[in-house]
Design a protein. Sequence first.
Length: 486
Amino acid sequence: MLWILAVLTLALVGNLTAEPRTWDLDGVAVREATSLQNSGGTATADDGSLFTVWARGDREYAALYGQKLSPDGTRLWELNGRLLARGGTMGVDYPKIVFTGDGFLAVWMKLDMNNLSEEVVLLGDIRAMKYSLDGTPLWNDPEQDGVLLYDPGDESMREELAICDDGAGGAFVHWRLYDQWFLQRISQSGEVLWNPPAELPSSSYWALYGLAADGSGHAFASWYNNVGYYLQKYDGAGNAVWELPTLIVAEANFDRLLGSVTADGVGGAMVCWYDFRDYPQDAIYGQRIDSNGQPVWNSAGLPLTVGSDVRNAVVAQSRSANAVDGLLLAWRARPATLWDRVHAQKVTLGGEVLWSGDELCPPDDPDTDQSSARIASDLQGGSVVGWFDNAFSPNATVRLTRVNAQGDRPWNGCAVTLVGPGGISSLYGMFVGVGGNDNVHALWSVRGRDDGIMWAAARDFDTGQAEAEPQRLDDQNVGTTSNPAH
């Protein structure tokens, strides 16, 4: 039984984002929870149920809220979700959540403002909480503040977090403080395990590390400096596994703003980056690194994309027969029409690029800009891709398609429309994940007549047809809603 979760919310800011994973007892990835942006997060359990968290401002500042959905996509908690944690004087930001095999673990920043001096400084404690499969908090937290994972004191925090499970009911968490990058592990019981946190190698540019679990209690971290793009593997105690980090690509070819890492299911990793070696023709390249830190594909990497002005790329594991069988990639590129189009590609673990990579679904209106693509495995060697067709109000739509293992699109000859046209001015981004029940489930938040309201809907896996009317998850009249999944 299959289902796929697609959470739609705009604003990837052109980033290949790391994909935290959860794993079965054999160390094979079975779920994913991808961080997208700064206002929400979503994860799925093995039974296909969903936990989504987001920052919402009920009064002056935001607090952390959550919602549970059943495997068939039914909302389990009240409209607008449940209050999970209070915000500071400046609210809550960058909430993330990951499925840990026995529940869900969320992290967020509780923000305060220090304006006692002439310089205003934004302070951000990092907090965490573990939840059972039904959403019950598992760690003692009478004040709804969460377990304190890191206190920067009077130092200003960058509002960035990344999380992946640790294979033992806990999680690895990464953050940045000024020009220092840190990694910490929190246990299944809520114990902060490393004192002090592991300090990662210096990265020369403004960006977050890539972070992914390897399935056996280790974490991959990728970063870039003035030499190139690197990957290192860390054990459960925060020690580097490889004697030296692996240099993926030298700075001469690498766009320093963009990079991504995900696990290959057998102890290694797959990485992607923007590459300008054939400038002015840009492309996204990929490489697989084995468990010993050695390149598996072409030593120079594989070109994975077609088109010009390639950007806003996102990645996911490809899965078939309950095992990782490659890497999925979606991106937007600009053809001669000057309007962006969404593309998708698959590369096998052996480095074979399978699909044409051509434009997925031409819009009805040629003067349409396609954006905010997200991609997930369909668990049969193919993918599900969603995006925003911005034909300008009132004709903008949110669309979803399935691309099977052969690269064909069985839904409606191309794609189905999730919402619109009519009154949509923007979509807040996208998250994708996998589950069960022969359905495709979508969550999205759109700006338009119903500003900032989140919805959920189910689609048939084989045909893409609607299973039921969409249901509302959040009411913008209560407060300012943010992205339902980030």
